[in-house]
Ligand binder design. Structure first.
Ligand SMILES: [Zn+2]
Length: 109
């Protein structure tokens, strides 16, 4: 594959290596917004640069073995010590009114 360097928004995109200086392209293995611009400039589909890990079939395979159904609660074996524990809601009072939208500035500001 030939090297495809493109200057996009003060950085270099290499579509063949799937890299950009923001590093999101490498880390997420998804085209970042810079890579999307580069794909648009080259008039190529950005879907060629998605990692196969994001394909529906691969995702389904990845989680196929790890999801186990849980028995109904009536069938659970719970120890007497655990059953006798009463979990109460946290103490504290919710302040009246809507929470403030703006942060209060400190005296130093
Ligand atoms: Zn980027």
């Amino acid at each position: 594959m030939n090297t495809m360097w493109l200057m996009v928004l003060n950085g270099l995109v290499n579509l063949s290596d799937k890299t950009y200086t923001c590093r999101k392209f490498q880390l997420n293995q998804l085209p970042c917004r810079h890579a999307l611009v580069a794909c648009n400039l080259r008039r190529i589909s950005c879907y060629n640069y998605y990692s196969p890990y994001y394909y529906k079939e691969i995702l389904a395979t990845a989680y196929a073995g790890f999801i186990y159904p849980v028995d109904p609660m009536e069938d659970w074996d719970v120890l007497d010590d655990v059953q006798s524990v009463v979990v109460l809601p946290q103490k504290g009072r919710k302040p009246n009114g809507r929470p403030p939208k703006n942060r209060r500035s400190s005296q130093c500001e």
